[in-house]
Write a protein that binds this ligand. Structure first.
Ligand SMILES: C[S@@+](CC[C@H](N)C(=O)[O-])C[C@H]1O[C@@H](n2cnc3c(N)ncnc32)[C@H](O)[C@@H]1O
Length: 221
């Protein structure tokens, strides 16, 4: 059982963080995914934060659903949609990922849109998996696999166990270091095939920090 106290503390942290955070341009992971997976996709940016990658996908013409537990981030993003008016459609919703029902509702909308418009779905998780606990990860993976069609892509970038000992720009918020072997088994057991997997440094350098990250590209079979 996930403690309400932990969820609350964590979402307060992200709300305060996004009050002060400047909007960044797209991540290197976003660029990589756009190069690797070309075609008619709807992107679900899970744990989108201030939507740096959501907006980048939308400006390239992809339709995007951005979801995050931070009220602050979602309300900023909604205002920016009006200002930017990107080429693709972009919708933002506040969803706590441990709340299976809310996530299911969004995925139902995404799936029927994808079906109607003959598009595939990309489930996009950048820097999200290390920001949630194992129990939320399990709920999330179960909900994703149960509510998306075959052919759906799952792509993620996250901190791994090897990152734990490296120096960090870090303040006190929930973070864990993901055991990649365990995580890949969790994905495969749910019917995903892992098409590409990399781990190492140099993927996403921030200030003096060069985190040890994993990148996964998988597909639901
Ligand atoms: C490290 S940030 C990554 C933001 C964005 N993907 C990026 O790459 O800039 C992690 C995000 O996960 C969100 N998050 C953490 N736990 C969550 C939960 N249980 N439900 C929904 N969002 C959550 C936070 O609000 C935060 O925006």
């Amino acid at each position: 059982m996930i403690s309400d106290k932990l969820i609350h503390k964590n979402s307060n942290y992200w709300d305060n963080f996004y009050k002060k955070q400047l909007i960044n341009k797209e991540s290197s992971f976003c660029k990589k995914i756009r190069n690797e997976l070309q075609g008619d996709f709807i992107v679900v940016d899970i744990g989108c934060g201030l939507g740096r990658d959501s907006f980048s996908f939308a400006e390239e013409g992809y339709d995007v659903f951005g979801i995050d537990g931070s009220e602050e981030a979602i309300s900023t993003n909604k205002k920016r949609v009006e200002q930017i008016r990107p080429i693709g459609e972009v919708y933002f919703s506040k969803v706590d990922l441990s709340d299976q029902k809310s996530l299911q509702e969004i995925l139902t909308v995404v799936t029927s849109k994808a079906d109607l418009e003959n598009k595939r779905i990309i489930l996009y998780l950048r820097f999200l998996l290390h920001a949630i606990d194992v129990e939320t990860e399990k709920i999330l993976l179960d909900t994703l696999v149960e509510n998306t069609p075959i052919g759906t892509c799952f792509v993620a970038e996250f901190r791994t166990a090897e990152d734990a000992v490296r120096s960090k720009v870090y303040d006190d918020h929930y973070r864990r270091f993901v055991e990649t072997d365990t995580f890949l088994v969790e994905l495969i057991n749910r019917g995903f095939s892992v098409n590409k997997f990399y781990k190492g440094t140099g993927f996403s350098i921030y200030k003096d920090e060069d985190p040890f990250l994993a990148r996964v590209i998988a597909e639901k079979r």
